[in-house]
Design a binder for this molecule. Structure first.
Ligand SMILES: Cc1cc2nc3c(=O)[nH]c(=O)nc-3n(C[C@H](O)[C@H](O)[C@H](O)COP(=O)(O)OP(=O)(O)OC[C@H]3O[C@@H](n4cnc5c(N)ncnc54)[C@H](O)[C@@H]3O)c2cc1C
Length: 456
């Protein structure tokens, strides 16, 4: 069996997946987690008395099968498989996102009379026709530089809405950042999109039973210059191990929160610099009753001059609670990051009252602020203009079979998702178990050869 001491940094889904797999192989595993809770960007919180996910909400496609990846033929999304195996309830929000029910509102007040679907269909078609001409450094905005439209306020606002609505939520970023070349080139699980009525955190909870997680251990240094890896934490506690798996988010790596000794190889560092740490924030508002279009999934808002509060999810449709979940993306999310809760709430309520002039006051709220979160500094990763689909794999590659990496940002196929993060954790664990299997085989061979020498 495995005789390594392994430290996993981070009790998000990737770290917990890696720890479980290695523990099951007999390794001695300790997980060091900076926060006082597990799950990382799976954060089931509450608004009033209702559980609400302020990090990931969806299993993006329960399966079976994933586009372009044969190995998933006939298989469920691994997160859905875990939910099924453990009787964790999930609820479908829609079979296909294109079929979600939507109402469109605009800055002039109430529902828009504008033909939104013609605009967004033309916009998408324009993108498809030109994506082939995009180079590695072409931004989505540059690809649309010659988009044919009369320059007036309505069209300008429609264009900025279309960017947020069609691409922003997928990549948690703005059109002047997203690489046009890589839009829609990652793989998607087929099937309906599901959420967890009792919270996504149930997944890391069932996977981490019996795992040794030490909380409030913010890692600040990893020294891998010797035979053993030495890990230092902000609290002063240090840990020694044979192998470490670093699962901290890309945003944490970009901010150099952890000092690596020696410094990370330049190729890996440049991939860390190149990828985009996308930002998407949520505001959950609970009301005393539903005043909005109860049959809609999404309430979409075309604002004047930016894309603030571009999409709002009607939670009532799935959980039968009078709750709206409002979203901001990229620079709009960033513009709220340093504001007080009251300022954010004022902005949200002002927008809701443009959409529904008689909207009453909220009774409870919960806000995420992932950009200011010292254990994330981001929401999810995207291919930024200048980066390539090889950058996530460059980050994943191990250093000297001592320092391994996992996390949603370390695999391209399902970049930015929970299932991608989960699978990356299993990959890192597999790479370590290959190392001990090889070591066991090599020492077996040496003993065998010594025995032969003694006999003859
Ligand atoms: C608002 C939002 C919405 C999302 N929506 C979806 C969705 O609907 N569907 C989907 O599939 N994905 C979604 N995602 C993405 C998904 O949540 C992530 O891809 C996934 O959870 C990442 O898992 P991870 O293990 O890679 O990272 P994390 O969950 O971030 O885990 C890393 C862990 O490391 C810890 N850590 C960080 N720094 C340190 C340190 N210095 N020392 C010790 N510990 C540290 C963190 O606290 C964290 O627990 C969303 C994310 C956000 C933020």
């Amino acid at each position: 069996a495995c005789n390594y001491e392994v430290v996993v940094i981070g009790a998000g889904i990737s770290g917990i997946a890696a720890a479980k797999s290695l523990k099951d192989s007999g390794c001695n595993v300790t997980v060091l987690e900076g926060r006082d809770r597990k799950g990382g960007r799976l954060w089931t919180s509450t608004v009033g008395t209702t559980k609400i996910d302020m990090g990931a909400s969806w299993i993006h496609g329960i399966g079976k099968g994933a586009d372009g990846l044969k190995k998933w033929n006939n298989k469920f999304n691994p997160i859905y498989q875990i939910a099924r195996d453990n009787n964790i309830a999930t609820v479908s929000t829609w079979e296909d996102e294109d079929n979600a029910e939507e109402a469109f509102f605009w800055w002039q007040g109430g529902k828009t009379s504008y033909d939104i679907s013609s605009f967004t269909e033309n916009f998408e078609q324009f993108f498809k026709d030109r994506q082939g001409s995009a180079s590695q450094t072409t931004t989505l905005e540059q690809l649309f530089a010659n988009y044919p439209m009369t320059d007036n306020q309505v069209n300008r606002n429609m264009k900025s809405f279309a960017f947020g609505y069609l691409f922003g939520s997928d990549y948690a970023a703005d059109p002047d950042q997203i690489s046009a070349k890589y839009v829609d080139t990652e793989s998607y699980f087929k099937g309906a999109e599901h959420i967890f009525p009792d919270g996504y955190v149930q997944i890391p909870e069932v996977l981490s039973t019996g795992t040794n997680i030490v909380y409030e251990r913010k890692v600040v240094g990893i020294d891998y210059s010797g035979n053993k890896v030495s890990i230092s934490t902000q609290s002063g506690a240090t840990y020694e191990c044979d192998k470490v798996i670093v699962t901290v988010p890309l945003g944490v790596l970009k901010n150099n929160i952890i000092t690596f000794t020696p410094a990370l190889p330049s190729g890996k560092q440049s991939s860390i610099n190149s990828l985009g740490a996308g930002l998407m924030d949520k505001l959950a508002l609970e009301f005393s009753s539903v005043f909005w279009d109860a049959n809609m999934d999404w309430l979409d808002y075309i604002s004047d001059g930016d894309s603030k509060w571009v999409v709002t999810l009607n939670i009532n449709k799935y959980l039968q609670k009078p709750i709206l979940l409002m979203f901001n993306i990229g620079k709009d999310a960033l513009s709220f990051a340093s504001m007080t809760d009251q300022q954010v709430l004022d902005s949200a309520m002002a927008t809701l009252r443009i959409m529904y002039p008689n909207a009453p006051d909220y009774v409870n709220y919960k806000r995420s602020n992932w950009g200011q979160d010292e254990f994330a500094y981001q929401s999810y990763t995207y291919i930024k203009a200048g980066a390539t689909d090889e950058d996530p794999g460059n980050i994943a590659s191990n250093i000297d079979k001592k320092v391994y990496f996992a996390g949603e940002h370390t695999q391209f196929d399902f970049l930015g998702t929970v299932h991608g993060a989960y699978l990356s954790g299993l990959d890192a664990a597999r790479a370590i178990s290959q190392a001990w299997k090889f070591k066991a085989f090599a020492s077996g061979m040496i003993s065998f050869l010594m025995l032969l020498t003694l006999l003859f």
